[in-house]
Ligand binder design. Structure first.
Ligand code: PAP
Length: 345
């Protein structure tokens, strides 16, 4: 009996892996037909009006076929370089504060990088060695899942689940700072070898204002979440990096309430929100050994170190890298694209 069950389960899993392989072949063929453009230290493909690393388009399409949402999933979404690492640390700490007390030596943030504690949905290669979506299935509920996907590329089953009961937190950032942050991140890959079109900040800027940046156009990404946050504020919380920097406690309290785990009066009196802010601050996280040493992931031929997610963490750093005229170029395009939306960045 047991042997028969074992045989059957082996047959099912071999069917499943065959199915996975077939899906992967179809997706690879589809991705290979998409328009491609070089830049930002590698080539990107245009999928559904967004420029995305082909590997991640593959990941997105795989989510479309196999992702199983849970009713209490929480999605942390962002344009790249807009505060993802920070938001991952904050949301994880807030959600798990009764399980992992702040100040204890066993707090997971002391031993694991925030990017590892909350996995990206569409970049499984960062977390597994081709192990399908098992790493998402293995997470306890409520799951915290991160993404750089625009809202329009969410798998339909996830969109329905969010409409019914899920939640999305979107963090946005002033585009000149996000651009400069991205440029530095790409420059790290330049150091790994080879000449790239982003060697020159001005040519990177030209690409950015044409809408050609990773997960760009930057403005369309923000606008999708912004509009949805206006029509469904109980589903999407739209936060700005700069607001969180200037009044962290206020926004952490908002975040906890939105996530369904508001701080109690006693917690506020005891200074718990302040303690969360302190633990997750740039100085605190960037000073931890776990975030300073070692590799986070390898993507194709590129190594991403854990420390690459911590550079300066300040508002307005763009002035140290761009001329005022370069800054005005981004301002002009943003003003035109955001016109009438009510969103000001
Ligand atoms: P990702 O989009 O690649 O996942 P993300 O964390 O959004 O990464 O971007 C990194 C930026 O967030 C860096 O900005 P900078 O280049 O302007 O310095 C990084 O320094 C900043 N950052 C990381 N952690 C924090 C934090 N705890 N508080 C504030 N900013 C942070």
């Amino acid at each position: 009996m047991a042997a028969q069950a074992k045989d059957e389960s082996a047959a099912i899993s071999s069917d499943e892996s065959q199915e996975q392989e077939d899906t992967s072949t179809i997706i690879t063929a589809l991705v290979s037909k998409l328009p491609t453009r070089q830049g930002w230290s590698q080539s990107y493909v245009l999928y559904n009006n967004y420029w995305i690393n082909p590997l991640f388009v593959h990941g997105i399409l795989r989510l479309h076929t196999t992702f199983k949402p849970r009713h209490d999933d929480i999605i942390l979404a962002s344009n790249p370089k807009c505060g993802t690492t920070w938001m991952k640390a904050l949301a994880f700490t807030i959600i798990n504060r009764s399980r992992y007390e702040l100040g204890n030596n066993d707090h997971p943030l002391l031993s694991r990088h925030p990017q590892e504690l909350v996995p990206f949905m569409e970049t499984p290669t960062c977390h597994t060695n081709g192990d399908g979506l098992n790493y998402l299935e293995a997470l306890p509920s409520p799951r915290l899942l991160a993404t750089h996907m625009p809202l329009s590329l969410f798998p339909p089953q996830l969109s329905s689940s969010i409409a019914a009961s899920g939640r999305v937190v979107y963090v946005c950032r002033e585009p000149k700072d996000a651009f400069v942050s991205r440029w530095h991140f790409a420059s790290k890959f330049r150091r790994c070898g080879g000449e790239h079109s982003t060697d020159n900040l001005e040519s990177a800027l030209d690409m950015f204002i044409q809408g050609f940046s990773p997960y760009g156009p930057f403005w369309d990404h923000c606008l999708e979440y912004w509009r949805q946050s206006i029509s469904s504020p109980e589903k999407i919380l739209f936060l700005k990096y700069e607001d969180m920097m200037s009044e962290p406690v206020k926004h952490i309290v908002r975040l906890a309430t939105f996530l369904g785990v508001p701080f109690s009066v006693k917690e506020e009196e005891d200074g718990v929100p302040k303690e969360v802010v302190r633990l997750c601050s740039f100085d605190s996280l960037s000073g931890m050994c776990v975030n300073q040493l070692g590799e986070f992931a390898r993507l194709q031929d590129k190594v991403i170190d854990k420390s690459d997610f911590f550079r300066k963490g300040v508002v307005g750093d763009w002035v140290n890298h761009m001329s005022e005229e370069m800054g005005r170029k981004i301002d002009r395009v943003m003003e035109e694209k955001l016109k009438g939306s009510g969103l000001v960045l």
